[in-house]
Design a protein around this ligand. Structure first.
Ligand SMILES: Nc1nc2c(ncn2[C@@H]2O[C@H](COP(=O)(O)OP(=O)(O)OP(=O)(O)O)[C@@H](O)[C@H]2O)c(=O)[nH]1
Ligand SMILES: [Mg+2]
Length: 98
């Protein structure tokens, strides 16, 4: 089976939530990053989206305080057809801060 090659072509912030009723209404696949505070979860989202400043980053742990949803659109670049997919990247508050 050959490997598929996708490019992120669009990324936008859609919502912040601290309760389930604040999650975005549109249901799509979600990929979330979990990890200790300050390990670079938000930076990884910016890097994947190639958008510095999309997710807020800080040298001080505890920057991300809410569950932040980013809507991404990806396009296959290894075939001539226009194949696209949308999904959420979800940034979470880090753990390990007392
Ligand atoms: N050296 C190095 N520093 C990084 C890397 N990724 C992120 N950082 C730095 O690590 C610090 C924390 O980055 P964040 O992306 O805010 O970390 P976070 O995991 O989202 O932190 P919380 O929101 O507190 O959970 C920032 O100063 C970043 O510039 C990396 O790959 N290498
Ligand atoms: Mg963060």
């Amino acid at each position: 089976m050959s490997k598929e090659n996708w490019d992120i072509i669009r990324a936008k912030y859609v919502a912040s939530a601290v309760r389930a009723d604040q999650y975005p209404p549109l249901r799509m696949i979600e990929a979330a990053f979990i990890g200790r505070s300050n390990v670079g979860k938000s930076s990884l989202i910016n890097s994947l989206c190639r958008r510095n400043g999309l997710a807020r980053v800080s040298a001080t742990p505890g920057k991300t305080q809410t569950i932040n949803f980013y809507e991404l659109e990806a396009k296959r670049v290894d075939v001539g057809l226009d194949v696209r997919a949308k999904f959420y990247l979800v940034d979470l508050p880090g753990y390990g801060l007392s």
